[in-house]
Design a protein around this ligand. Structure first.
Ligand code: SF4
Ligand code: SF4
Length: 369
């Protein structure tokens, strides 16, 4: 499909993200660099990127983006990253235990200064938000201030708020029971809407938190969503019920539909040990209940993805991740035709013996249900 002749700035919001998702970060940012830079220069866009309770894996994934890399992307997007703990140079100067109140010497002071300046900015949050003990947020502090307070303060002023990674979106690993720090995502705790900002939160652009889950999030998802957010091309109805952009997390299909091992599943050839090279469902593959474009977009600069590499999908983009059942076989799998995989596998084994093809297997299985 050719997109080069489109005037990207004139596209409606819906079409914009579809085109961005279809092209991939490199082609999209390369093709529309001049338009994007012009639009952002006029709008004076800034990014504030805060880190909570997390492993920094999403930043590392983002920094490992290759085409474009982050330097190219930031240049192409023409944004000012005002605050990012992993990549900013100065961290803060303390004298006699007190932070120096000078924006040139103290990043957190500079951050407060920026947040109070009234300039429009995109808030990116990576990591979940511990609320304990007893609602104080003291389990996670930055420069002596609870991260809980900092996130609420910044979110109040943000033009658009984006949660990067499953921790920031839904709580992820730190919020998994027993959740000792009472951690939550920005607007969800697992599948329950609310989180630390509350179910009714809207940024200044009138949008709920845009969730880019993943453990880590794919750099394309981050770059393309930030490009859309910076250009104010994210309509509210473009998010699914868990507030993920539908072009990257399609509600209508799962990873399983496009898995490179799908042929083995259709023939009922299911591995029971690793490195068997066939379908990974019996080893706990969660792709049949996981919505993302991993098999189409691929990872590591378009080279591979989990099931292709032989690792069962662990459903890292879903709100319940990790739900305590990793590596356990999913008993009932919804499929496009509504047939349980156990039925398919049972019929397929018999059908293989008499040389019946995959389509016939599905037809027979449907009648057996
Ligand atoms: S169950 Fe997993 S490995 Fe098997 S076809 Fe589906 S996605 Fe691929
Ligand atoms: S294939 Fe599954 S586990 Fe792997 S990155 Fe995609 S959603 Fe996450």
């Amino acid at each position: 499909m050719k997109f080069e002749n489109l005037d990207i700035l004139k596209l409606d919001r819906r079409t914009f993200l579809k085109v961005a998702a279809a092209m991939g970060a490199s082609a999209f940012l390369g093709t529309y660099k001049a338009d994007i830079v012009r639009a952002i220069a006029e709008a004076d866009r800034n990014i504030v990127w805060l880190h909570g309770s997390e492993c920094t894996g999403c930043s590392i994934s983002f920094l490992n983006a290759e085409h474009p890399d982050v330097i190219q992307a930031v240049t192409k997007l023409n944004v000012m990253i005002q605050y990012h703990e992993t990549i900013m140079a100065q961290q803060g100067l303390f004298v006699d235990g007190a932070a120096v109140k000078d924006a040139a010497l103290n990043a957190n002071y500079a951050l407060e200064h920026f947040l109070d300046s009234g300039k429009p900015f995109i808030l990116v949050v990576e990591g979940c938000v511990p609320q304990g003990p007893e609602g104080t947020g003291d389990y996670c502090k930055i420069a002596g201030k609870p991260f809980l307070d900092e996130v609420k303060h910044a979110a109040e002023k943000a033009l658009i708020t984006v949660a990067i990674g499953t921790c920031a979106a839904y709580g992820g690993i730190p919020a998994t029971p027993p959740n000792p720090t009472d951690a939550a995502g920005l607007q969800f705790l697992k599948t329950t809407k609310g989180g630390v900002l509350g179910a009714g939160y809207k940024s200044k652009a009138g949008l709920p938190v845009i969730n880019i889950p993943g453990c880590p999030a794919h750099p394309d998802w981050v770059l393309l969503t930030l490009a859309a957010a910076i250009l104010e091309k994210v309509p509210a109805d473009f998010l699914d019920k868990y507030q993920r952009p539908k072009p990257f997390f399609p509600p209508a299909y799962t990873i399983h539909e496009n898995c490179p091992r799908r042929g083995f599943y259709d023939r009922g050839e299911l591995d029971t040990e690793y490195a068997g090279g066939k379908c990974l469902w019996k080893l706990g593959c969660r792709a049949p209940v996981t919505h993302s474009d991993c098999p189409l977009r691929l990872w590591n600069d378009g080279h591979n993805m989990c099931t292709q590499a032989g690792a069962p999908c662990i459903g890292c983009v879903e709100p319940m991740f990790p739900d305590g059942t990793l590596a356990e076989e999913i008993e009932k799998i919804p499929t496009l035709v509504g047939v349980d995989i156990n039925t398919i596998a049972k019929v397929a084994v018999g059908a293989a013996a008499i040389g019946v093809g995959a389509h016939a297997v599905r037809r027979i299985a449907m009648k057996e249900e």
